[in-house]
Design a protein around this ligand. Structure first.
Ligand SMILES: Nc1ncnc2c1ncn2[C@@H]1O[C@H](COP(=O)(O)OP(=O)(O)OP(=O)(O)O)[C@@H](O)[C@H]1O
Ligand SMILES: [Mg+2]
Length: 402
């Protein structure tokens, strides 16, 4: 049978009945996002293959098909990508040029190499989104110490300096109150090495996020706007839907859909936003499932992980409808080296909570899992999720009155 006869007229990625075999989706990285994608793949019959750095990475512990290798090793990366029908990402710490070379030889990267290059580079994001007319704070790259000091003098202190690459959970974000703090930072980090940028300090009223998904055929969907509660740069809670004026929610949704369409992303795209007195400001993009979307596993008709797989395979996208009037997700952030599994029974005694543990070694400040609660009332669901997460971390002593 020729290639043309074999391909479905609906979708060239799905062969006709005669030679149908479930596609294999490769995931680069084996952290909690890969672990939750794997869970979503099972009911769809999609095979998942992981490129894991270590055999005890959270997803590698539970996956049947694991290749051990480093995402920054071009040989391992190329062999892995060639072995899969389509390849997606658990993280974006991959050499963008190596990805572009693989893409040029016809290997299916979803999202594509250009989107990954954008997602891994905050400088590039600020510049591109600004050029496309999306609201971003005034910013500039810092190539020499004078760039930072001049920016502070021009726009006023405080300013926010950021590592262009490799930051997460607030690591690589520095609020600088004045020239002395700028000097201190410059004594510690080499601006060229971290690809430093500087932007104005935004007076944030609320942090919001919109998750959208786009498939190569062009279909895009948005999930309801959520509020994220960040403490010292770390996301602690996600509340869905965000309690904002419907007009603002619609504006945020339009903004995120239009970013996904403009950059032609594939898969889930998380758009982090700041709500300010002057309107919405785009913070950063993540071109993969994201912490701000973990609530969708139980709280939306289609979880972000299933949605991502559908989009990666260019299959029809699913409904993003809320499953309850209020959904709260609270992260389980390690406080000590005690595995939250030891405290699981106490957390499961909290009415109706959904516990997700990622199989990671416990450490203070590390995201070890999350808890989601659904219900009628925003305060009530948040209380329940906070309590169960606190029981898991030890912040709430077991046996304490509820
Ligand atoms: N320009 C700004 N003005 C004020 N606060 C900011 C600014 N930029 C970032 N922040 C604060 O720092 C937090 C972390 O910033 P950002 O999202 O850029 O860092 P990150 O470490 O890459 O985060 P993530 O873990 O989401 O990848 C934001 O959620 C926000 O609370
Ligand atoms: Mg962020």
């Amino acid at each position: 049978m020729s290639q043309e006869e074999g391909a479905s007229i609906l979708n060239p990625m799905i062969p006709s009945d005669a030679d149908f075999s479930p596609p294999t989706v490769g995931i680069i990285g084996a952290g909690q996002l890969a672990r939750m994608m794997l869970q979503a793949a099972i009911p769809l019959g999609v095979r998942v293959r992981l490129l894991a750095e270590r055999a005890d990475d959270g997803a590698a512990l539970v996956a049947p098909d694991v290749t051990l290798g480093r995402a920054d090793d071009p040989v391992a990366l190329a062999a892995f990508v060639r072995s899969c029908d389509a390849t997606t990402f658990d993280h974006e710490l991959v050499d963008a040029d190596a990805l572009a070379a693989l893409e040029a030889t016809g290997h299916g990267l979803r999202p594509g190499a250009g989107t990954v290059a954008l997602a891994q580079d905050k400088r590039r994001q600020r510049q591109l989104l600004g050029n496309l007319g999306f609201p971003v704070p005034p910013h500039r790259p810092v190539d020499a110490p004078a760039d930072l000091l001049e920016f502070g003098a021009a726009y006023g202190w405080p300013v926010v300096a950021k590592a262009g690459r490799g930051g997460y959970d607030g690591r690589g974000v520095w609020v600088l109150g004045g020239p002395e703090e700028a000097e201190d930072l410059l004594a510690q980090v080499n601006p060229a090495a971290v690809e430093l940028l500087v932007e104005t300090w935004v007076p944030i009223e609320r942090e919001l996020a919109v998750l959208v998904a786009r498939r190569p055929a062009g279909e895009v969907v948005a999930y309801p706007l959520v509020e994220t509660v960040q403490i010292e740069g770390i996301c602690h809670e996600i509340l869905a839907p965000a309690e904002v004026e419907p007009r603002l929610a619609a504006e945020a949704e339009d903004l995120a859909l239009s970013i996904a369409t403009s950059i032609e992303s594939t898969g889930v795209l998380a758009v982090e936003l700041f709500q300010t007195a002057e309107g919405l400001v785009v913070n950063e993009l993540a071109a993969r499932p994201h912490n701000s979307g973990h609530w969708t596993i139980e709280g939306a008709a289609t979880s972000q992980f299933e949605q991502h797989l559908r989009a990666v395979l260019d299959w029809p996208l699913g409904s993003t409808a809320l499953q309850a009037p209020a959904v709260a997700t609270v992260n389980v952030l390690g406080r000590d080296a005690v595995d939250p599994l030891h405290r699981l029974p106490a957390a499961l005694a909290v009415e109706g909570v959904h516990v997700h543990l990622y199989g990671k070694a416990a450490r203070a400040g590390r995201k070890l899992g999350h808890v989601t609660a659904l219900g009628q009332d925003r305060v009530e669901v948040r209380d329940r999720a906070v309590r169960a997460a606190g029981l898991l971390t030890g912040a709430v002593p077991a046996g304490s009155a509820s």
